[in-house]
Design a protein around this ligand. Structure first.
Ligand SMILES: [Zn+2]
Length: 478
């Protein structure tokens, strides 16, 4: 057989379970051959001395997201795609908004239109902020269209849902075979702390972290797990920032509950000290939950190695430092409460996790692949993604494990004017990214057609099945 469109030659293939030296043959966008030596045909990529891994799957990205105040996140689907490819990521799940008091449909339609310029493959989590009867009636159609996960926020105005609303969404998800992702922080506690801090004159960016210490996240995580147990719906706890929070997930797993945990590079490489940079600079590191103390990083790696945290996503979020849409959109002397949250990390995710994890000996290359590609694809039903196997989509990253790079904003190739990881030295760097058999990044140059990304419709998959355990044998989801 010599009819490949592309052969990736001589590399060390790393999957979530195996490491082997072999060539990969690609035809029609899929992997069709894995063999010790494939004949030359079509285009070839030389990967001698390099690792060949599944393209990154980032299941938590805010891209061109519409906000209730009428603003739109600064990274478009096109610019975020370029950033993803620059960093070795080939597919992402981003967020379709719902605005309280409004139906989902029209907002989702607009989001689908915006996504048509994507170059990476993408799916959506449907945010539910207002689970009224009318909105719940929209959900079956949304799930049937391939959006098989919901996102709920236990904090943030104007997104947050109260416990009863959490239950309504969990019950709807159970009926529909959808997965629920949860932002776990205690809304009332953060509001109370914020008022107390501002009254005491503590308004600088660093007090953002003081307004939401880990206990606030731990309590909400416990509560989300308990509510999910009551309804018997599988959930993923998003962006776990500290080991004491992960411990709640470990306890849930030990009890047999279907609960998974995600963390992000910011909780492995940034600290609360970053938010204490002079003047407004601390705003560059503001995200929720907030980065914790430096000693937390090692405890978090322990939780990753234990398998308590299964996925490392970026929580990429686009607010520039300068400009009227950015961190200073409400002014630079406003209290931390009025500074938009979120930091960009689509391109930085794989290099930071590889460098901090694999290069520093904390995890194996196989665990790296599991955390950044295979587990997220499996958890969210992205069939064909996150693996190197015959028949899978030919989404690959060719990786130089020895290359040392100092991170700069230019390397991120996003539309944001800064990276919170500026100046961080990493060992390990993507040298080529392949999306469905097309070389979309080589040597840092991204080349892909806007609109070439595909919407990944997600069908039913077994992971979302309930355990079949409800109190007194009464299923409250009906
Ligand atoms: Zn997020």
């Amino acid at each position: 057989m010599s009819d490949h469109d592309l052969v990736v030659r001589g590399g060390t293939i790393v999957t979530a379970s195996d490491t082997m030296r072999a060539d990969i043959g690609v035809r029609g966008g899929r992997i069709v051959a894995i063999a010790e030596s494939l004949p030359a045909s079509g285009r070839s990529i030389e990967a001698e001395g390099l690792l060949v891994m599944p393209g990154g799957v980032d299941t938590h990205c805010h891209i061109e997201q519409l906000e209730a105040n009428g603003t739109v996140h600064e990274d478009s689907f096109a610019t975020a795609s370029a950033s993803a490819f620059a960093g070795g990521t080939t597919s992402a799940i981003c967020f379709a908004s719902q605005f309280k008091g409004h139906p989902i449909g029209p907002t989702l339609d607009e989001y689908r239109r915006r996504a048509r310029s994507a170059m990476l493959d993408y799916s959506f989590h449907q945010i539910v902020t207002d689970p009224t009867d009318a909105v719940l009636k929209e959900l079956p159609g949304i799930v049937a269209s391939g959006i098989r996960s919901f996102k709920i926020f236990m904090t943030y105005d104007p997104l947050h849902v109260d416990d009863r609303e959490v239950l309504r969404v969990l019950a709807a998800a159970k009926r529909l075979g959808a997965f629920v992702t949860v932002h776990c922080e205690n809304y009332a506690a953060i509001g109370f702390m914020t008022e107390a801090l501002i009254a005491a004159g503590h308004t600088a960016p660093k007090y953002h972290a003081w307004s939401r210490p880990a206990v606030v996240e731990r309590e909400a995580t416990y509560r989300a797990i308990a509510l999910a147990e009551l309804i018997d719906t599988p959930i993923q706890v998003f962006h776990v920032s500290s080991a004491e929070v992960a411990e709640e997930i470990a306890r849930a797993k030990a009890r047999g509950l279907k609960v998974w945990g995600e963390t992000c590079p910011q909780y492995l490489a940034l600290t609360d000290g970053h938010m204490d940079w002079p003047g407004f600079e601390g705003a560059k590191f503001m995200c929720s939950p907030a980065p914790r103390e430096a000693a937390e990083h090692e405890r978090m790696w322990g939780m990753i190695r234990r398998g308590v945290l299964d996925v490392i996503s970026s929580d990429h979020c686009g607010f520039s430092y300068e400009g009227s849409k950015g961190k200073g959109q409400n002014g630079r002397d406003v209290p931390f409460r009025d500074i938009p949250n979120g930091i960009p990390g689509l391109a930085a995710r794989l290099p930071i996790v590889f460098s901090e994890g694999v290069s520093k000996g904390r995890i194996t290359p196989n665990e790296f692949v599991a955390l950044t590609a295979t587990n997220p694809a499996n958890l969210f039903g992205l069939s064909g993604k996150g693996r190197i196997a015959i028949g899978a989509d030919a989404d690959l990253v060719v990786w130089d494990p020895k290359k040392q790079v100092t991170l700069t904003n230019a390397l991120m190739q996003h539309a944001i004017d800064y990276t919170p990881y500026e100046g961080i030295e990493v060992t390990g760097w993507p040298v080529a990214t392949i999306r469905r058999g097309e070389v979309v990044m080589q040597g840092g140059t991204v080349q892909a057609e806007p609109g070439s990304g595909r919407f990944l419709a997600r069908g039913p998959y077994p992971l979302t099945a309930p355990r079949g355990v409800v109190a007194n044998g009464f299923d409250p989801a009906g």
